[in-house]
Ligand binder design. Structure first.
Ligand SMILES: Cc1cc2nc3c(=O)[nH]c(=O)nc-3n(C[C@H](O)[C@H](O)[C@H](O)COP(=O)(O)OP(=O)(O)OC[C@H]3O[C@@H](n4cnc5c(N)ncnc54)[C@H](O)[C@@H]3O)c2cc1C
Length: 447
């Protein structure tokens, strides 16, 4: 009987799923462990709620990957320290390789005074909330009428889209360390919210900072013609920008809720040809009743890999012949060695960087490295692999966790699609794990 390899992939987002496809194409079997009941990661629970074409297209591809008999899906299973399965448990099972594609689940903070008060939230949690991912879907987010979003990337645009178009708040104030040109959002994404732009306010704002822009050689007139548009904000809901400000404190009211943001005014300087914000010591109060950090995320240290400054430490050595293969291996800086048989890819390797296509490409490149590595290792017979998978499921169940299979996911998705049709909408999701498990149980019982 021919010997195959058995690989554990931790996380069924785009990186884990496209990575799994590369592994199965090479003939390996994959056990795909996923924290959420359903696969998809941020493609399911991050991409904006009304991007129907993109979401349904990705779901179709993911379904096909999961349908491969070489893929064994274990949903609703979190891997990590103090979780039903640890990376050591996976090592003990004897997988040929372990691939961590768990995204960037750690939360980045600014570390400023008052940021723990009621009404300060992190974009990832808000995004998970409006995309119906438990437990965030069930959590109450106290969003007021004037909301500051810190950061100027595509995630800011999504949050502003939700606040202005769905929550119908009065005002979104985007607070950014640098100026308009340093935006990180795409113009095509901004179209979802530009009808709310307060152009009179934008003109005043650019006038206020024009000396700073000119000081670093930026063309103020060109900036004005690009960023100041025509027209009044739609339905009076306003989108405004406060450029060259770094938040330094969240001011709470006497009930411990956000009352305002205190920010330090910046100037810009040029460093190695790039603009850098530099505090001036002058501060400004910005009255808002909620604050959302859209400043990117970091990886989850509790997974148990070497961790430094928000990222897993990866092998700094580059091997000849490949652009970057060693960087897919976690690395222990104390003993100066890559961890044997463990790999990282996608947002677990490069937190909050890039769209689905970037995570896909990263995973595909990473799996080339894994496939090469496996060539050097002995495989298992089919019977040995079955035993290992059974052993892993027993370990998980002994810790009191329930396991969701791909057949369960199909039943759940079938029920959700029926519900969507009944509600005459393209998408419907159950918003609690208990409800999803109950629906799966009922469908299995033929109800
Ligand atoms: C708000 C937002 C909007 C976006 N919109 C777009 C868009 O419109 N178009 C686009 O192309 N890209 C978009 N992206 C980017 C895209 O979502 C990412 O590039 C991609 O999802 C990253 O894939 P990943 O697999 O590395 O991580 P993720 O998608 O985060 O997947 C991680 C997976 O790991 C699982 N997991 C986490 N921790 C554990 C654990 N401890 N044990 C087991 N499993 C675990 C999770 O359940 C999840 O399934 C958006 C991102 C965000 C944040």
């Amino acid at each position: 009987m021919s010997q195959q390899h058995l690989v554990a992939v931790v996380g069924a987002g785009p990186a884990g799923l496209y990575g799994t496809r590369k592994l199965t194409e090479a003939g390996h079997r994959v056990v795909l462990l996923n924290r959420d009941i359903k696969p998809g990661g941020l493609a399911e629970y991050g991409i904006f709620v009304d991007k129907e074409k993109m979401k349904t297209g990705l779901r179709k591809q993911f379904k096909k990957i999961l349908a491969d008999p070489k893929v064994f899906y274990l949903g609703h299973v979190t891997v990590g320290q103090n979780q039903p399965v640890s990376l050591d448990d996976l090592k003990n099972v004897g997988f040929g390789a372990i691939v961590v594609t768990a995204g960037a689940q750690g939360t980045k903070k600014l570390g400023i005074e008052g940021e723990d008060c009621v009404g300060v939230y992190h974009a990832k949690d808000v995004v998970y909330h409006y995309n119906s991912l438990p437990p965030f879907s069930e959590r109450n987010f106290e969003i007021g009428k004037r909301v500051a979003i810190i950061g100027m990337g595509n995630v800011m645009v999504d949050i502003a889209n939700w606040l202005l178009n769905h929550k119908k708040v009065d005002q979104v104030v985007v607070v950014a360390r640098r100026g308009p040109i340093e935006k990180a959002y795409d113009d095509s994404e901004f179209e979802y919210i530009d009808m709310y732009l307060d152009n009179a306010d934008m003109k005043q704002e650019i006038d206020r900072i024009s000396a700073h822009l000119a000081a670093v050689g930026q063309d103020v007139e060109a900036i004005k013609s690009k960023f100041i548009k025509q027209g009044e904000p739609l339905e009076g809901r306003r989108l405004t920008f406060r450029y060259l400000y770094s938040p330094i404190k969240v001011i709470a009211n006497d009930q411990g809720r956000v009352a305002a943001l205190e920010a330090e005014q910046n100037e810009m300087i040029l460093q190695d040809g790039k603009t850098v914000a530099k505090g001036t010591g002058k501060t400004q109060r910005i009255d808002v009743d909620s604050v959302i950090y859209a400043i990117g995320d970091q990886v989850d240290a509790s997974l148990g890999l070497p961790f430094s400054r928000g990222a897993f430490v990866t092998n700094p050595e580059k091997l000849p012949g490949d652009p970057n293969p060693a960087a897919y291996q976690p690395y222990d800086p104390e003993i100066k060695k890559a961890l044997d048989g463990i790999f990282v890819a996608g947002w677990s390797r490069n937190a909050s960087v890039g769209l689905v296509g970037v995570a896909k490409q990263d995973a595909e490149r990473g799996m080339k490295v894994v496939n090469e590595y496996l060539k050097t290792k002995p495989g298992f017979s089919s019977g040995e692999m079955e035993e290992k998978i059974e052993g892993l499921i027993d370990t998980i169940k002994q810790k009191g966790a329930s396991v969701v299979t791909k057949e369960d996911v199909e039943l759940l998705e079938g029920a959700e699609q029926e519900e969507a049709r009944a509600r005459k909408t393209w998408d419907f999701k159950y918003t609690s794990d208990d409800k999803m498990l109950e629906v799966i149980k009922a469908r299995k019982a033929g109800k």
